[in-house]
Design a protein around this ligand. Structure first.
Ligand code: NDP
Length: 384
């Protein structure tokens, strides 16, 4: 018998289940590149349901209970008196989502001597201290590709929202105004701009593909260059490093994983080297920036806009500078948790758990840390 502690975001303020806007979701069988969507033996939820909150329990309550395992689901995750910390000491498995991360720091892992599996229902396991997980022999896994396209769509939306000055214009409309000049004074066309991505992995490549029809000049940097035929197909210019990329573009979209090389990458110096009036969209991780430097660059006009959905910490305090900085189009961390994405990462979480309990190999692309070292996707993402 195992004990699993699942940390999920709170239910909607108006209660659970919500009134859904649509009657179902589209069915997707495979991802770009051909790998299949998750293939658990069965699922106990209706795709399209809200699964990522406490009452949704990732559709896994029956799975755990039928097998006689103990399942604790909570959103109370921060501080030593949180339910998460109280339940940690005898937990074998922790499941968390990047949108509402249960930070598994070295101190917390030390309080969890039984912990063997840290599972991310989604993508991005930087909320787990991966070095300590390696030392302790904890397997870290995530549901690679489950929400990559969801994030790419959000990034493209936020690029357009910034460049077209959507948020202030929407506000004029809902406030009863008709102030065309106020809306137009910061609105541009994306067509013809230089647009670049930092990291052309699953999400970055999907953003490039989606932006190509806008007749922009595409750029990218990545620790490994794309095959020449992909560069040619997308008509995208490679830059050897972040510095050269940001100087060549009007819009930059960040899609690199968070680790030592990318931490605090957008600091005052890098921002000062960008074209005046640049836009940044960051759906990767907030810690890849220096938050105060971003706010200062917006105030000075070096940046014309900043958007994204990732913050630190999550949730951020009410007085976080990004809530009130000018010309931002931020959302909470929602891009990867559409109802469409939830169905995939809930099924992927179950697939990983089924493998784990049966002693079968987890798909290599789902592995971040295994057998004391970075493995699978982790070996590619979290080191040069
Ligand atoms: P991938 O692993 O597919 O792609 C990451 C890419 O980053 C790889 O191509 C990797 O190159 C490249 N890379 C690594 N280090 C650097 C560096 N220093 N400079 C430039 N490129 C680098 O990941 P995804 O595209 O699926 O996800 C990317 C990130 O997006 C995740 O790590 C996560 O933090 C974030 N994310 C955010 C979500 C949200 O809801 N906002 C949801 C999902 C993910 P190589 O392969 O050569 O090492």
């Amino acid at each position: 018998m195992a004990k699993c502690v699942m940390v999920l975001y709170p239910d909607p303020v108006d209660g659970y289940p919500p009134q859904y806007a649509r009657d179902g979701i589209q069915v997707i069988h495979s991802y770009p590149g051909g790998s299949t969507v998750p293939t658990p033996s069965q699922i106990d939820f209706t795709p399209g349901d809200l699964l990522g909150c406490v009452s949704g329990a990732l559709g896994l309550r029956k799975f755990f209970e039928d097998a006689g395992h103990e399942l604790v689901v909570t959103s109370d995750k921060d501080g030593p008196d949180s339910e998460f910390e109280r339940e940690l000491p005898d937990a074998d498995i922790v499941i968390s989502q990047p949108f509402w991360p249960a930070y598994l720091t070295a101190e917390r892992i030390a309080k969890a001597p039984n912990l063997k599996l840290a599972l991310t229902a989604g993508i991005g396991s930087d909320h787990v201290d991966l070095d300590v997980a390696k030392e302790r022999g904890i397997t870290v896994a995530e549901v690679t590709y489950s929400n990559s396209i969801s994030v790419a769509e959000h990034a493209v939306m936020q690029i357009l929202a910034l460049v077209r000055n959507f948020v202030p214009s929407h506000r004029w409309a809902t406030d009863g105004g008709w102030n065309i000049a106020d809306c137009a004074q910061r609105a541009y066309d994306l067509e013809g701009m230089d647009v670049g991505v930092i990291a052309a992995g699953r999400i970055g490549r999907a953003v490039l593909r989606r932006l190509a029809p806008f007749d922009v000049n595409l750029h990218y940097t990545d620790s490994r260059r794309l095959p020449p035929e992909v560069e040619a197909e997308l008509n995208v210019t490679f830059h050897p490093d972040v510095q050269s990329l940001v100087q060549a573009v009007d819009v930059v979209s960040v899609h690199s994983p968070l680790y030592a090389d990318t931490r605090a990458m957008f600091d005052e110096k890098l921002l000062a080297s960008m074209r005046r009036g640049s836009y940044i969209v960051n759906t990767a991780r907030a810690e890849e920036t220096v938050p105060e430097a971003i706010a200062a660059a917006l105030r000075s006009g070096r940046l014309a806009g900043y958007a994204g959905d990732v913050w630190f910490p999550q949730p951020p305090p009410a007085d976080h500078p990004w809530r009130t900085m000018p010309n931002n189009a931020m959302t909470p961390h929602v891009s990867g948790t559409t109802l469409s994405a939830q169905a995939r990462y809930a099924a992927g979480t179950r697939e990983i758990l089924e493998c784990w309990f049966a002693g079968k190999a987890i798909r290599p692309e789902y592995l971040i840390v295994d057998a004391g070292q970075l493995a699978g996707t982790g070996a590619l993402s979290y080191q040069k």
